[in-house]
Design a protein around this ligand. Structure first.
Ligand code: NDP
Length: 399
């Protein structure tokens, strides 16, 4: 029996609302709140049971605190944008509410994501007797659960981790991003970074790539080394790792568009004076691009996201295991009206909330996904639409 407030009514917020509504025994009362109430109402109208909706500007902490004190949720699921994370954490502390998100804080004026800002809240959440769970999406999120699950059941001494995020789907648009375009383009155009022998190695944006054959005959893609936020928390919480990298697939078409947009300055995040009006080019571009939520009915094909871990098993033998999920865009759309990128983020957000509300994952302070027992989360993934597949061999070769 619990009350949950979902903040954000975009592609991911819609999936979280659908999935929470499917589990009434845990999520008794749901409030979906966002900047634009009409978007909440449109989602609510498609849900299998009634949920409340509200307008809120999550950057306005007093306004959010008032809403929290009125609805009195046990937990806030933050699926607005990374810019809101700290404001929502502040409001949760003031109103005495637990917190969960799927992406770490980013300052709007610098394309830089790090956990340091949110980890700095640890003492305040501890003192308030509250729990904050960071990064409960797929990546970050399930990728940390896979890593700790492989460590628990197959490779107690992990040495290398490669997180591989492939999208073999197609939406037929000349150029579109599968989640918030501003956040997506900031992430992709940032420098690459990976963890090696206790240090971070930096690479130029998308300068390291290799061909990759997806398992189960899903096809061949090119994957690019990128920095991704879970590398920071995994490097801290998974002892013994000598190397941790993150790879993502991009089509040539996507990269060609991105290169042109970058070259003409459309991905800049500093204001440009346009006839006396300051305009941030990337925010203007976001207005022109298709809304990711609109891609649901158009996207066909699958995503394949997983973790390859190499290391030593309990008998000190060298082992490699790849744990992954394959998710079908059209099947997601049929179930909840969204494509697989929103689905693979929204389902783990609901499951993280379920872990907290049922006490399977508990603590006071600020936590990342690797800090908890992966077993109940893996069991819930199986039940709620994202079953894992296991290969006891390398899919990414060549060091
Ligand atoms: P969208 O842009 O589709 O949706 C964001 C929603 O947040 C919109 O409804 C927007 O309102 C609302 N919002 C923005 N600012 C505020 C504010 N100040 N107060 C209240 N509501 C606000 O994004 P997505 O659904 O694609 O992504 C949601 C989150 O999920 C992002 O943080 C993203 O980084 C994260 N994500 C995580 C992944 C993972 O695997 N861990 C993968 C993909 C995404 P409005 O409609 O008015 O603009």
């Amino acid at each position: 029996m619990s009350r949950v407030m979902i903040i954000g009514a975009g592609g991911v917020g819609s999936v979280v609302a659908h999935k929470c509504a499917q589990v009434p025994e845990v999520f008794t009362d749901i409030l979906l709140a966002s900047r634009t109430k009409a978007k909440c109402d449109a989602i609510a109208a498609k849900l299998p049971r009634p949920v409340r909706t509200a307008q809120v500007d999550a950057d306005n902490v007093p306004q959010l605190v008032r809403l929290l004190k009125k609805f009195k949720p046990d937990l806030v699921i933050n699926v607005a944008l990374p810019y809101q994370d700290l404001h929502i954490m502040d409001a949760c502390l003031e109103a005495g509410v637990n917190y969960l998100d799927t992406a770490n804080y980013e300052p709007p004026d610098v394309a830089r994501f790090e956990y340091k800002w949110q980890w700095a809240y640890r003492g305040r959440f501890q003192k308030a007797g509250l729990m904050a769970l960071l990064g409960s999406g797929f990546d970050p999120g399930v990728t940390s659960v896979y890593t700790t699950w492989i460590r628990k059941h197959f490779i107690p001494k992990p040495e290398t981790l490669d997180i591989i995020d492939c999208n073999a789907g197609s939406h037929g648009q000349p150029f579109a991003t599968n989640f918030n375009p501003e956040i997506n383009i900031r992430e992709v155009t940032a420098k690459g970074r990976y963890f090696q022998n206790g240090r971070w190695v930096e690479t130029d944006p998308l300068s390291v790539k290799r061909p990759f054959t997806m398992p189960d005959g899903l096809g061949d893609l090119t994957i690019y080394l990128m920095y991704h936020e879970e590398l920071e928390s995994i490097a801290r919480h998974v002892p013994g790792l000598k190397r941790a990298r993150f790879w993502m697939s991009f089509s040539d078409n996507y990269l060609t568009h991105l290169r042109v947009l970058e070259n003409v300055g459309m991905t800049r995040i500093d204001p440009v004076d346009v006839n006396g009006t300051p305009v941030i080019p990337l925010q203007f571009l976001k207005k022109l691009l298709p809304d990711p939520a609109s891609l649901g009915p158009l996207t066909k094909g699958q995503t394949c996201i997983g973790c390859q871990v190499t290391g030593r098993d309990a008998k000190d033998r060298r082992k490699t295991v790849f744990v992954y999920n394959v998710c079908d865009h059209a099947a997601c759309y049929k179930e909840v009206g969204s494509q697989a990128i929103s689905y693979t983020t929204g389902v783990p957000a609901m499951i993280g909330a379920m872990m907290m509300l049922t006490g399977k994952w508990a603590g006071k302070g600020v936590f990342n996904m690797e800090q908890f027992d992966p077993d109940p989360f893996m069991a819930a993934l199986e039940r709620h639409g994202l079953p894992a597949r296991i290969l006891k061999k390398a899919v990414l070769r060549g060091g």
